[in-house]
Design a protein around this ligand. Structure first.
Ligand code: ACM
Length: 255
């Protein structure tokens, strides 16, 4: 997706069109901060677009789609909670809001506008499976994916606005080392606000527990992909006859 900066209504409509064009699915994944864009210059801009987790134009529109499509939706948005703003991801299902994850590892200038979350990334039992949620730069901290996998996540979903080049390849390692599926939904395009420009790398993808890239989209075009995952493939942590990635860990020797 290529959101337009601060154009919330247009971005919601664009997301709705993309979801419609993707067709039926159990779970839809959208990018980080998709209703607002990414390149803020002032807190006033964030305040203009931030929504509370369970009310506001984005939540209302996506809740309607979740009900209509009998599906879950995971999306990133700028959250207002009290006096603070968070770079958050919502998980909604036909029955309503399931969880809000507030990004714990803020990247670059995000630190000027957002507070870091103070709760662990969640693992959620959805109708389609056991899903872990992280946001973009969390990939740089392998503890996040590991802790999600140790708590039973079979698929880790990652709304993203990637600017560094390494995440798509790193997520192959996150899948491999945890024997989980991962799905990253990134944005595309360049975004300029005053003297700041971000160029996003696209390359949204899904990866299997064996490190196979099941789909990887373009760097610069809006596109959707639908993948069918057998999440049972994430339940065994065995590697060959003699190894089990979780049972073989030696956490007492890591500190
Ligand atoms: C990022 O965390 N949006 C790079």
């Amino acid at each position: 997706m290529q959101p337009a900066l601060l154009a919330v209504a247009d971005n919601i409509a664009r997301a709705e069109r993309l979801i419609e064009s993707a067709g039926a699915a159990d779970l839809y994944l959208l990018p980080e901060l998709f209703p607002s864009g990414y390149t803020f210059q002032t807190t006033a801009e964030v305040a203009q677009v931030a929504e509370s987790a369970a009310a506001g134009p984005t939540f209302d529109a996506l809740s309607r789609i979740a009900r209509r499509r009998n599906a879950a939706i995971v999306y990133g948005f700028a959250e207002r909670r009290g006096d603070a703003f968070y770079n958050s991801a919502n998980v909604i299902a036909p029955e309503g809001l399931i969880a809000t994850y507030r990004k714990i590892h803020l990247f670059g200038r995000e630190k000027l506008f957002f507070s870091p979350g103070d709760a662990a990334a969640p693992v959620l039992d959805l109708a389609c499976g056991r899903i872990g949620v992280m946001v973009c730069f969390d990939w740089y901290f392998p503890e996040v994916a590991r802790s999600l996998a140790l708590r039973g996540a079979e698929l880790i979903v990652q709304p993203a606005n990637l600017v560094l080049p390494h995440c798509p390849d790193a997520m192959i390692t996150r899948s491999l080392e945890n024997r989980v599926f991962t799905a990253t939904c990134d944005r595309v395009g360049a975004e300029t606000n005053g003297d700041v420009t971000h160029t996003f790398i696209g390359l949204s993808q899904a990866v299997s527990p064996r490190g196979e890239t099941l789909v990887r989209l373009s760097r610069d075009r809006e596109e959707t992909a639908t993948v069918t995952l057998d999440l049972a493939g994430a339940r065994s942590k065995k590697v060959g006859q003699h190894n089990d990635l979780f049972l073989d860990r030696q956490p007492a020797l890591y500190s």
